[in-house]
Design a binder for this molecule. Structure first.
Ligand code: NI
Ligand code: MN
Length: 236
């Protein structure tokens, strides 16, 4: 049994960097909409039934691969950096809610803060590579006081200490796969900067290159719960 404190929030990992969070009032948030094309997403979760808010960390296909299809079908508010939102608008997404790093906006019953990530952000559009702004992470504050940090794709960076000082997330979703993002070694260092109560490893094992594993992270950290979820699993 996990010690994670969610106070009525339902959190489901859909594999890779994709999470669904349902607020105590029932708002459905999808972070990094990659489900139909996501080999780690369980078959029963590949059809999104409803989504109210979509948070996009950056323009790579393993994060926004299904953003256009899901957003045009369900018409959620779609949060992203302006260059990415501009591209999504061109593709027919109606309700973008652009913002940039350091900003916070209220959407439905959550407050969303866009924070730094250290990663690239081109958007592959057919045979073109479109400028997608920069990659980011998000801190989501729920109206029950819980704050969750989704790091997006990133290496570890010293300013994670600022994220801790200003926003104090109790839960951190960190990539650990290595190669394209942090390894468990860097993620352990990130835990020392962020000091969350719970860390949820993500962005590993989807492809053979993503070799980092939660057990390695567990060996390297102290005083933080490493919550190893299975794709499709929900914690409440
Ligand atoms: Ni990426
Ligand atoms: Mn990625």
């Amino acid at each position: 049994m996990s010690a994670v404190k969610l106070k009525g929030i339902k959190l489901t990992w859909l594999g890779h960097a994709t999470f669904r969070m349902i607020t105590p009032r029932g708002t459905i948030i999808l972070v990094d909409p990659w489900v139909m094309g996501n080999p780690a997403c369980p078959a029963g979760e590949k059809q999104i039934q409803r989504v109210d808010v979509m948070l996009c960390t950056h323009g790579h296909g393993d994060h926004i691969g299904d953003a256009v299809e899901i957003a045009t079908k369900h018409n959620p508010r779609v949060v992203g950096i302006p260059e990415l939102c501009g591209w999504l608008t061109k593709k027919g997404v109606k309700q973008t809610a652009e913002m940039n790093k350091g900003g916070t906006q209220e959407i439905a019953d959550i407050k969303v803060t866009m924070v730094h990530a250290d990663h690239s952000c081109g958007i592959q559009d057919g045979d073109q590579m479109i400028y997608g702004g920069e990659a980011c992470g998000y801190v989501v504050e729920f109206d029950n006081g819980v704050r969750i940090y989704h790091a997006g794709d990133t290496n570890v960076f010293g300013d994670m200490a600022i994220i801790r000082d200003l926003y104090r997330p109790s839960i951190a979703m960190l990539p650990i796969g290595d190669h394209y993002t942090m390894s468990p070694r860097e993620a352990a260092y990130a835990c020392n900067l962020l000091k969350p109560e719970t860390v949820i490893p993500m962005h590993f094992a989807t492809f053979p290159l993503l070799k980092g594993r939660p057990a390695e992270l567990s060996r390297l950290v102290e005083g933080v719960e490493v919550l190893e979820m299975k794709p499709g699993e929900t914690v409440t």
